[in-house]
Design a binder for this molecule. Structure first.
Ligand code: BG6
Length: 514
């Protein structure tokens, strides 16, 4: 598939995706980052902005203002950011680009719970409008601890910064996790809507910025061969895997509060599920796409509170070996309680009760300290109704795997004749590797999302009803787990607990080993 399709793939992608927005440069504006001394700013946001600067995609009149409590000068902030960028890019940062970019990076120390911080910020932004021509347009990026989100929104609103200056725009970007459960997510939405309209709110999930996640839509809706098969008529079941080999690193305190269900399943995994299962949108725009995603979430059958054990597995890693290295168990990690029941692994069996997917199980799993990092969607098709060749009944069924990361691509398992006399059939893969089919460099997810934010396109951001629906699906699991001590342990470096194998084995199926 890879070689012969290469040219066609490039041509058709150009035609079909025709993303005429990409060359657009956003209007002048300022981006304010709350929680600017944190990891996300240095590791993701600034590198993405630097890359946009390299590609001349940033507006000529642009400014970044970092806000957080740490005392730092503009220069100290810039040096800190440059250091992380150097480490990430192994010294390959272009000095000329960085120099001109970092001239538009500023820092304002301040307590985000205090009104005076916002007054100072407001004055500073007005000064930038005058000096740098940012024209009253502001994007406020909430990258601080989620516990501060409500206070920051309220203070922004009270300071009148929920509207741009002099007719400019104001947009609010909120990092995940968006709430802890349905109730807190609703509260957060209500709090935000007191000051900001839905059209100003950009709830970010970086998975939606990944090229290969968007490619799920390209694959489904720009090819006529897959769509007719994409339903309960032909699909036996679907498996979605978000596996990571890393542990929780230095994020013990965060993870104790979150767990895999809140950290990955509620957002990244649910979004992948939506794109896999949704109906074709009328148009690739914010209403078209988000409307269809919400319909999927609303159709997901709610797990009865007293049956959570039948549909969900909560796992936690113990010590073990990953890539030949001995690693400690979750309970031994820093800032983790020695008797913690936090989930580092989740497996769920879900059903989507609609015309297309009735009766088709969606098995989804996410976990840390699994053998490898892989995100994939596997559509397993029903077997052929009759096997005319000897031994063909033992063949694997057709499986279409959309590999989101790493080694991004699509592969289809098919039965083929083994060369030679006789008629032996064997399963083989037809592979399309994006890395060989396209010459273009794959941009980082944040690059795409920050650009869309500045262009005012919320298609790849999450709407209020989406996030609430996703919590609504998980709420019975959350509340049932909160009342129980039951955790299924798995050694680090394995594919998860035995209970997870049983979840699918009860239906006569098994998890893939990607
Ligand atoms: C983040 C989670 O949202 O996604 C992390 O908080 C996780 O725990 C990360 O490691 C995974 O992202 P990616 O892009 O590496 O798949």
């Amino acid at each position: 598939m890879a070689g012969s399709l290469q040219t066609d793939t490039q041509l058709s992608a150009d035609v079909l995706l025709d993303d005429s927005r990409l060359p657009k440069v956003p209007e002048p504006g300022a981006m304010v980052i709350f929680g600017a001394s944190g990891d996300l700013t240095a590791r993701k946001l600034i590198p993405a902005l630097y890359d946009l600067a390299t590609q001349r995609r940033l507006p000529m009149k642009f400014a970044v203002v970092g806000v957080s409590r740490t005392q730092m000068s503009h220069d100290e902030f810039r040096k800190k950011l440059r250091k992380t960028l150097n480490e990430q890019r192994a010294g390959k940062v272009r000095d000329s680009v960085w120099e001109s970019f970092c001239g538009s990076v500023f820092y304002l120390p301040g307590d985000t719970k205090k009104a005076e911080t916002y007054q100072e910020l407001k004055d500073f932004l007005k000064r930038l409008d005058g000096e740098r021509g940012t024209r009253g347009n502001r994007a406020f990026y909430l990258a601080s601890s989620p516990t501060l989100f409500p206070a920051v929104v309220e203070k922004l609103g009270e300071a009148g910064m929920n509207r741009g200056e002099n007719g400019g725009w104001a947009r609010l970007v909120i990092e995940k996790p968006f709430g802890r459960d349905l109730e807190s997510a609703k509260e957060l939405n209500t709090g935000i809507r007191r000051y900001f309209e839905e059209t100003q709110i950009y709830r970010i999930d970086h998975y939606l910025g990944k090229e290969t996640v968007q490619n799920i839509m390209a694959l489904r809706f720009s090819n006529s061969v897959f769509e007719p098969l994409w339903s309960q008529h032909y699909v036996d079941h679907v498996q979605i895997t978000v596996a990571e080999d890393i542990g929780i690193g230095t994020r013990g305190a965060f993870y104790e509060e979150a767990g895999a269900l809140r950290d990955i399943v509620q957002n990244h995994l649910m979004q992948v599920l939506c794109l896999t299962a949704m109906e074709p949108p009328v148009a690739f725009d914010s209403e078209g796409v988000r409307e269809e995603k919400v319909k999927v979430l609303k159709s997901v059958r709610r797990i009865p509170r007293d049956k959570v054990g039948e549909f969900a597995v909560r796992g936690q890693y113990t010590s073990g070996w990953v890539w030949g290295e001995e690693v400690s168990g979750y309970r031994e990690e820093k800032n983790v309680a020695p008797d913690s029941t936090t989930d580092t692994y989740v497996a769920l069996k879900l059903f989507i009760d609609n015309w297309r997917w009735a009766g088709v199980p969606f098995y989804v799993r996410a976990g840390k300290r699994l053998p490898k990092r892989v995100t994939e969607i596997a559509i397993q098709f029903k077997r052929t109704p009759h096997a005319p060749f000897a031994g063909a009944e033992n063949l694997e069924p057709n499986i279409l795997v959309v590999r989101v990361q790493p080694e991004e691509g699509v592969s289809l398992k098919i039965g083929a004749k083994v060369p030679g006399s006789g008629f032996r059939i064997r399963s083989v893969n037809m592979d399309l590797l994006y890395g060989t089919a396209f010459l273009e460099e794959v941009p980082d997810a944040y690059q795409r999302l920050l650009l869309d934010l500045m262009l005012g396109d919320p298609t790849l951001f999450i709407r209020a009803d989406e996030t609430e629906s996703a919590w609504d699906i998980l709420d019975p699991v959350i509340s049932s787990w909160a009342e129980s001590e039951k955790v299924a342990f798995y050694p680090a470096g394995s594919w998860g607990p035995a209970e997870s194998e049983e979840l699918v084995a009860r239906d006569g199926r098994e998890w893939r080993r990607p």
